[in-house]
Design a protein around this ligand. Structure first.
Ligand code: IPM
Ligand code: MG
Length: 368
């Protein structure tokens, strides 16, 4: 049987640096566990624009549709700010999400014990935190029509449209309920049903799917603004948070920061099952391309490494190996290995991106 396939799209900024550490880990699985992947690489974002004049070439899009999993680093950078909106690096990522139909974006926010002091919140508020935001990723105001900048009378008007169909809400709700069943069985759905019709429909459909198919899961609803407040007041009240594309974008950045560093958090974007039963999938760190530190070997590769762990779990049915990798990361952090973003007020000497990757490899070796 052919090896499972991975397409690596390292992208821009720190993307290639953090992805280099993931490649080492893929190599480790091949050498030490006999788990091999067919890895190919291509361009996305600004680097694709530089080469092809588009942030995602059609050939790359076609490859992404064929592989078992896509691993993405990051896209964007100040150099590309001047580009027309239609070819900005972010459009490459959004096209991948849309055309692969990756409607369910899982963004875990987990606070590692060794880093509980790094949060801007009090330690007891975040220690042991383990929640997942399920963000709808292929619809809502990110993609709704009409959109554009138009002229009305003597002024311009910018328009975006929040639009959700019942089936779009239902499928992402199911994925949140399924996930909750494998965790602590609680879903809190967030929208703005007090001001938006799309929010009213969202709340109704989530409740219907719950009552019909997942009555065993505890479901609550919150307005997204109140949800943001509760997230920083007492985040441990949550297990799975289900929300739309735009609210999910905001809430997941906030949840990420609760854990002390944006450099730690992975994500999985999942679509409908393929012929082999596994979902179409793209894995990427929640952090961006961090142009200010790109090319300096300072970036924290852990979010990208943990994104690969999610790939092991969700695309390759290797949950035990995912846990092995997650535990290796935990051990490295417990041992005090720190990249620059994890330096507390007490200071210390940060390790480089590649030294962090090497430390994870050493911990993997020790796990055998
Ligand atoms: C994210 C990012 C993206 C988004 C950008 C890069 C298009 O902020 O994945 O959260 O807005 O979805
Ligand atoms: Mg975001």
């Amino acid at each position: 049987m052919a090896n499972p396939s991975i397409l690596i799209l390292a992208g821009d900024g720190i993307g290639p640096e953090v992805m280099a550490e993931v490649k080492k880990i893929i190599g480790w699985y091949d050498a030490k566990r006999g788990i091999s992947f067919d890895v190919s690489e291509d361009l996305v974002g600004g680097c694709a624009y530089d080469k092809h004049g588009t942030p995602l070439h059609d050939d790359t899009m076609a490859k992404a549709q064929e592989v078992d999993a896509v691993l993405l680093g990051a896209v964007g950078g100040p150099k590309y700010d001047v580009l027309d909106f239609s070819v900005k690096p972010e459009r490459g990522l959004l096209r991948l999400r849309k055309e692969m139909d990756l409607f369910s974006n899982l963004r875990p926010a987990q606070c590692f014990d060794a880093l509980a002091d790094f949060s801007s919140l009090k330690k007891d508020v975040v220690a042991g935190l383990d929640i997942v935001i399920v963000r709808e990723l292929t619809s809502g105001v990110y993609f709704g029509e009409p959109r554009g900048i138009f002229t009305e009378g003597n002024e311009r008007v910018g328009i975006n449209t929040q639009r959700y169909t019942e089936s779009e809400i239902a499928r992402v709700a199911r994925s949140a309920f399924e996930l909750a069943r494998r965790r602590n069985n609680k879903v809190c759905s967030m929208e703005k049903a007090n001001v938006m019709e799309s929010g009213i429909l969202w709340r109704e459909v989530v409740q219907e799917i719950h009552d019909k198919e997942y009555p065993d899961v505890e479901l609550s609803h919150m307005y997204a603004d109140a949800g943001a407040m509760q997230l920083c007041r007492w985040p441990k009240q949550f297990d799975v948070i289900l929300t739309d594309n735009l609210f999910g974008d905001l809430l997941s950045d906030m949840a990420a920061m609760l854990t002390g560093s944006l450099g730690m958090l992975p994500s999985a974007s999942l679509g409908a099952p393929m012929a082999n039963g596994r979902p179409k999938a793209l894995y990427e760190p929640v952090h961006g391309s961090a142009p200010d530190i790109a090319g300096q070997g300072k970036a924290n590769p852990i979010a990208c490494i943990l994104s690969f762990a999610m790939a092991l779990r969700y695309s390759f049915d290797l949950g035990d190996e995912a846990t092995r990798l997650e535990q290796a990361v935990e051990k490295v952090l417990a041992d005090g290995v720190r990249t620059a973003d994890l330096m507390g007020p007490e200071g210390g000497t940060p390790v480089s991106t590649s030294a962090m990757g090497d430390a994870v490899i050493a911990a993997l070796d020790a796990s055998l």
